[in-house]
Design a binder for this molecule. Sequence first.
Ligand SMILES: *[C@@H]1O[C@H](CO)[C@@H](O)[C@H](O)[C@H]1NC(C)=O
Ligand SMILES: *[C@@H]1O[C@H](CO)[C@@H](O)[C@H](O)[C@H]1NC(C)=O
Ligand SMILES: *[C@@H]1O[C@H](CO)[C@@H](O)[C@H](O)[C@H]1NC(C)=O
Ligand SMILES: *[C@@H]1O[C@H](CO)[C@@H](O)[C@H](O)[C@H]1NC(C)=O
Ligand SMILES: *[C@@H]1O[C@H](CO)[C@@H](O)[C@H](O)[C@H]1NC(C)=O
Length: 558
Amino acid sequence: MGSKKMMIFVVGALLVCLSATGVLAEDPYVFLEWKVTYGTISPLGVPQQGILINGQFPGPKINCTSNNNIVVNVFNHLDEPLLFTWTGIQQRKNSWMDGTLGTMCPILPGQNFTYKFQVKDQIGSYFYFPTTAFHRAAGGMGMLQIHSRDLIPVPFDTPADEFAVLLGDWYNKGHKTLKKILDSGATIGLPNGIHINGQSGKVGSAPLTPLAIVEPGKTYRYRVCNVGLRTSINFRFQSHIMKLVEVEGSHTVQNVYDSLDLHAGQCVSVLVTADQAPKDYYLVASSRFSKKPLSSVAIIRYANGKGAPASPELPPPPPENTAGIAWSVNQFRSYRWNLTASAARPNPQGSYHYGKINITRTIKIANSRYQVNGKLRFGINGVSHIESETPLKLAEYFGLADKAFNYDLVKDEPSNDKKVVLAPSVVNATFRNFVEIIFENNENTIQTWHLDGYSFFAVAIEAGKWNPEKRKNYNLLDAVSRHTIHVYPKSWAAVMTTLDNAGMWNLRSDMAERAYLGQQLYFSVLSPARSLRDEYNIPLTQQLCGIVQNLPKPTPYS
Ligand SMILES: *[C@@H]1O[C@H](CO)[C@@H](O)[C@H](O)[C@H]1NC(C)=O
Ligand SMILES: *[C@@H]1O[C@H](CO)[C@@H](O)[C@H](O)[C@H]1NC(C)=O
Ligand SMILES: *[C@@H]1O[C@H](CO)[C@@H](O)[C@H](O)[C@H]1NC(C)=O
Ligand SMILES: *[C@@H]1O[C@H](CO)[C@@H](O)[C@H](O)[C@H]1NC(C)=O
Ligand SMILES: *[C@@H]1O[C@H](CO)[C@@H](O)[C@H](O)[C@H]1NC(C)=O
């Protein structure tokens, strides 16, 4: 007791000193060192070259608490440039560390770079992945989980344990081969299988190591992310129901489900109680809305079950086709934000009453597929994004935007003509605007989208065409605040957010082939004040490349 008091006193004294310089006591740090190498992995049972972090695939879990500072020193031992993004981590005022090619220069082979960012006002389940050279097809991804701070109540009892479940589709071809196919203007086609935590199993021949070992009567949290390249997945536990507690950083109303759809790039947390006869059970992951049915199983083992085998009878998947889409849309609509659960909230001014804020801008985003000189491209509103040699954020910060890109090639309304422009795509967005983004999908395949730097309220998904009348159908009360949204074939989805995080932020298809071939853009959100209050200065250690490589850093914000 005495020593604790002493510590508080010491910290208090430090605070007084620091506040004299305008600096407040810093939040705790998590220091990590990552060695990124190639190594042999067998996600589908066939050995192939993969990307390992500290020898692991999936990569190490980043476990932290709201407001922690994360410092990751990444050593690139690959033969290609490397970057990581922390999908869903908002990087408040700090797009410098976002890890997309529009914000950072890649880490060259043989070099290292130290990411430093804060998981400010966030809780929940996220993941990281490499954004360069189609590396995502080879591994390099892992879970990033943020616990609530001790004093903040969590709206469910502390689970007996937590299990990270990273699942996704997988290709037997290596990332270099896949990249070559894309660069030649062809599609990589459909994947070869589905893995769960880097392994795949069939009934009767599941991996020997159980995914989880559970004690009878206890409740466990499974944080599940779809880290795949394109395929929507449905997951379900044999004989056990799931209570949904979190979707991408928001505590939800705790409905129970037999199975859940999880689209590329999405994460959820479910609670599962070990309340069945003691033996093994399968966790099943199967493809959804895909021409090629794929599935995989993993084992959940009761500690007192003596390894008695799981029943070969798997819980059925939800319907496919039209009935399946209706089923899935209903499930989406059943996700509600628990408004009474206390939690860190990223943009409090926009959070509670988002339905009462006037929309200042409506941006309609339509995905399309093109052939350009015989090569496959994807795009948004007639613009297919290509990477600029100089990261867009750096070009803009150094006052050289006009040398690197043109703003606003993408208009707020999709055009009907079939022409496409290939260019770096940056939309000039106004700081603190409250925007509505409508995603229109006129294609026959499901789409998933992700926005960096923000969470948004996912207020509606409907079949057909959007028009302003549809706003009457929005959930303006308790839509989940999240960072991804999926759009069914020939349907639309609407999200809303306040653009209060200054920086350069990537909006991308979460389907890796589409993003790689141009279905992405950046929102440039600049604070007119150019003030430290709104955006951090470029870090001293930031790597420079392209046209800014040898330039002195601009005058810092104050
Ligand atoms: C993860 O972090 C939480 C809180 O920060 C801590 O209670 C827990 O023990 C950590 N778990 C692991 C496996 O490090
Ligand atoms: C590279 O790693 C060394 C050794 O840990 C470290 O001192 C240095 O700051 C790192 N460089 C960068 C650019 O992060
Ligand atoms: C919402 O959170 C509150 C506060 O923690 C909790 O008591 C309540 O059970 C939750 N409501 C639902 C419907 O999950
Ligand atoms: C929103 O717009 C309406 C109608 O234009 C206006 O009356 C109202 O004052 C606005 N509300 C806010 C909060 O600006
Ligand atoms: C971006 O928009 C703001 C107004 O919102 C305007 O002042 C600024 O000139 C625009 N910048 C460019 C490069 O178009």
